[in-house]
Ligand binder design. Sequence first.
Ligand SMILES: Nc1ncnc2c1ncn2[C@@H]1O[C@H](COP(=O)(O)OP(=O)(O)OP(=O)(O)O)[C@@H](O)[C@H]1O
Ligand SMILES: [Mg+2]
Length: 451
Amino acid sequence: MSHATEGGVFAVVESWHGAVGRTPLEAARRLGLRTAFVTADAGRYTANDADRAAFAGCVDEVIEADTRSGEAVADALAAHQRAGRLRGVFTTNDYSVPTTAEAARLLGLPGLAPEAAHRARHKLRTREACDRAGVPGPAWGWARSEAEALAAGERVGYPCVVKPMTDAGSIGVRLCRSPAQLAEYYRAIASVPTDYRGGPRTPGALVEEYVVGFEVSVETVTSVGERTVLGVTDKALGPHPHFVEIGQSFPSLLPEPVRDRCAAHALAALDALGHDFGAAHVEVKLTADGPRLVEVNARMPGARITRLIQESTGVHLQRELVKLHTGRQPDLAVRHRRGAASRCLTATDGGTVRAVRGEELARRVPGLVALDVYVRPGDAVRRARDNVDVCGSLVAVGDTAGEAVRRADAALGQLSVDVEADVEADVEAHVVADVQAHVEADLRAHVEAAP
Ligand SMILES: Nc1ncnc2c1ncn2[C@@H]1O[C@H](COP(=O)(O)OP(=O)(O)OP(=O)(O)O)[C@@H](O)[C@H]1O
Ligand SMILES: [Mg+2]
């Protein structure tokens, strides 16, 4: 029996595509665990040779199961459990948070309370729970028809935001400046019955007050009765009407009392949802009237944020989460303090990639520690509308987050996606086609693909 087998089995239920999604598997391996990857479709993770090799390099066993059902996942892992080998079950993937929580509960393993997982996963339930608990967020309405959407728009005022309730990666989230836009985007969401991962959508959409301010996320870890705020991340967003996340930096450059207010708001939201275990990534906007909750993600942060935390503090979040989910004590002690920042590469035109230019130059920028390009010549790209459209990302470090941001921006400034423009692709096509394309394609291996 290999050393890896002796440590027991660590099960991961679905994940993000690409390198970040694999990091908990790699961390589990390094901790002497054998990895079982539970998925409804292994092909999703092995779309090209590089992904196939990387996947095989960190997954010991693939278990196919209906990952929309906690019972099915628990059944799929029952043999390992009966043999006394199963140590933990975990996911990075927002869509699989409730399933994983339910499976952990059924298998008697550490995990998040399933009710909390469901509340966090569903933006309508999050809003309801936070309203009940008095945690301020935007005014909102659940619209099940175009008329209800317009009535909600009247109530919350323009511009407003419309969004599906169970998607991620900013898919389908739009700023609406007029009733006509709201009606169009509402129809686009309502006409697609499934989410990005093919699960049924709650009918209709949320219509929300557009809260104006800067956006942060609060990164936390909760173990038995104890919450640790790892820090607050500053976010940079792309142009309206979309909300593409184009960069992050850690720790936040905001003054400490402002950061503390954001963190306190996030903790109140976690309490409101009954969040009691594991990582959370809570998005908050700081407005002139104080913090407003955007949403709670009951999972480790995505994009490059775990890397930023590691560069900035020395805490390897994935490794510590594997420990937590296998019943061990995580070590979240800060080793050092410096700044880290990421920036995303996006295409300015829709069309076919000819090349990504400027990599050599970007690598000459001091402090650059990672640069990954996700597209290849011949790939179809479009002007980014959501996080799935991101074409690459980089990470830079500095003595402070400010220096890291300057370096990351300097590196990004060297890069461009050279695209053979396709007139059709650049037309602001109907969002229906947009969302459907995602459901159908699920194609590119990305760091922060919609989880
Ligand atoms: N009511 C709002 N007011 C202002 N901005 C909003 C509002 N709702 C959403 N946004 C913006 O849109 C982004 C995406 O929205 P949201 O987080 O609800 O969707 P998501 O698809 O789950 O996102 P992700 O998975 O990328 O975190 C937010 O990070 C924020 O920038
Ligand atoms: Mg979000």
